[in-house]
Structure formats: C-alpha cells, structure tokens
Design a protein. Structure first.
Length: 275
C-alpha cells in the first residue's frame, strides 16, 4: 500500500485506488495515515469529523465510514490476490482504530525520516549528505499537504506541523548548499521562493547572500530594499538587525557567511515573528 498526503490525498493498493469519494471518509483515511501504526481514538476521529458538537448518531456514523474504508481495502486486496489484507490493514484496537502499514508506505513518515537524517548530517558538518537528504525530503511534496481534504481540528494540527517542517527543511538545505558554494545554482530557486513568501526574512537573506557571492551586489541590495518596503508597509517593521548588518557588510564590500537561520534576534517568517 502507498499513501500520499504531501499534496492531494492519494492511496493505492497494487495500483488500485482506495481513496473514498465522500468527504468524511477521506478525512478518516488521512488522519489514520498520518498516525500510521498508532491507535487513533474514537473521540479523536469524531472530533475531526464533527468538532465539539457531536450529532447523536456520531458513533454509528463513524462505524459506517470505517466499514466503507474496509470495503475499499478489501476490494483492492482481492485484486492483488490477498483477500485478508484489507481487514488486517485497518485494525480495530481498544478505544479506536489503527492503519497498519510499513512505515515507508506513507510519504509523510518518509519525509520525517529523511528530514531527521538530514538535520543530523547538517549538525555534524556533513553538508553533502545534508543537502541530499533534505533535498530528497522536499521532493516528496506535490503541493500543500492534503490539499483536497477538509481539515478538522486534528488534521489542522498535523498539516501545520508538516508545513512548518517543510519550510525548515527547505531553508536548511539551502544553507547547506550555500556552504557548498552552490550560490549560482540557488538564485533562480530563491527568487521563486521569495516571490511566494514575500515577508520571509530567512529566504530573502539566502537570496541576498547568493546574489552577492555571485558578484551581483546591486541586485542583492535591491532585494533587501524591496523586502524592507514590504515589511514596513505590511507590518510596520524594519528588517531585523541581522539583516541590516548584512546590508551594511555588502555596502562595505565585506565577505558574508551563509546567514539566515541562526538569528541573534527574531526574524520575520511569512508575516509573523519567529524566534
């Protein structure tokens, strides 16, 4: 079985899709996948589907949705000649349900594994491995997580965690590439990223460094000025002191490091302050 949540929801057994068409069963499958091999309690599932005010029929309706998912799994398992696999994959456990699949079957689990390995490699200074592992983690994404699934409380928490982790992985991979001297290769990617995240100081700092190291100091200063205007207009804030120091270093023609991720004061990411 393969389940993808880092983008539109996709799930298949031996090529046969097991994604329900109805909205609430899709939510259940997504939540079970994000908690693969862990019990998701009945209260968690009901909160995801209906929020705090549960209809009186909630327990019975939830059981109906679980039955629909099992039928999908059973049908796919029959196609691949394993009629019992569907029942085994979606197991009933005390107080809830559990999707039992190999860890590598869910792209979010694989993303977490690659991310952890990449961060560890960066921490010990193995920049080649860090760039490769973090790059592989980023490549698993096909768009916003669960882009075509309604998010209740539980899924909102999971999606927020994944999206924040995605940004952290991306920025650290870029930092590793800057340390490896790949500034020329990064410029196009960073222009696209800063276009999508016009108030993210860390990404803009990386772009400024890449341009400066590529011998394009005037363009680097233009990027700084555009970011400054955006922050003042949108938030009433000047760029962080660290970014201002970067601008002054460029004006003086001084060398700069791979600035951007270890901040002496809060940076602005996506329009909000982060430590």
């Amino acid at each position: 079985m393969e389940i993808q949540v880092l983008g539109p929801l996709a799930a298949a057994e031996s090529g046969a899709s097991i994604v329900p068409t109805a909205a609430k069963p899709r939510q259940i499958l997504a939540l079970l996948a994000l908690n693969a091999n862990r019990i998701v309690s009945v209260p968690q599932l009901m909160e995801e589907l209906w929020g705090a005010e549960l209809p009186r029929s909630a327990p019975t309706t939830l059981q109906t949705y679980i039955l629909q998912l099992r039928r999908k799994l059973r049908a796919a398992a029959l196609e691949c000649g394993q009629p019992s696999a569907g029942e085994q994959a979606l197991a009933t456990r005390h107080g809830g349900y559990m999707l039992e699949v190999p860890p590598s079957a869910v792209d979010a689990t694989e993303f977490d594994r690659l991310s952890a390995a990449g961060h560890s490699a960066f921490g010990i200074g193995d920049l080649q491995a860090a760039s490769a592992l973090l790059g592989a983690a980023s490549e698993l994404w096909r768009g916003p997580a669960l882009a075509d699934v309604r998010h209740g409380h539980q899924l909102s928490i999971e999606v927020t965690r994944l999206e924040e982790s995605r940004i952290g992985v991306l920025e650290r991979r870029i930092r590793a590439d800057l340390r490896l001297g790949r500034h020329h290769e990064l410029i196009g990617e960073l222009y696209a990223l800063t276009g999508h995240h016009p108030m993210d100081e860390a990404l803009h700092a990386h772009l400024i460094v890449a341009l400066y190291r590529a011998g394009r100091a005037p363009r680097a200063l233009t990027v700084y000025q555009k970011l400054r205007e955006t922050l003042i207009e949108e938030l009433g804030l000047e760029p962080s002191g660290q970014l201002q120091q970067l601008q002054r270093a460029i004006l003086r023609g001084e060398p700069v490091d791979d600035y951007g991720l270890v901040a002496a004061e809060p940076l602005v990411r996506g329009g909000r302050l982060v430590g």
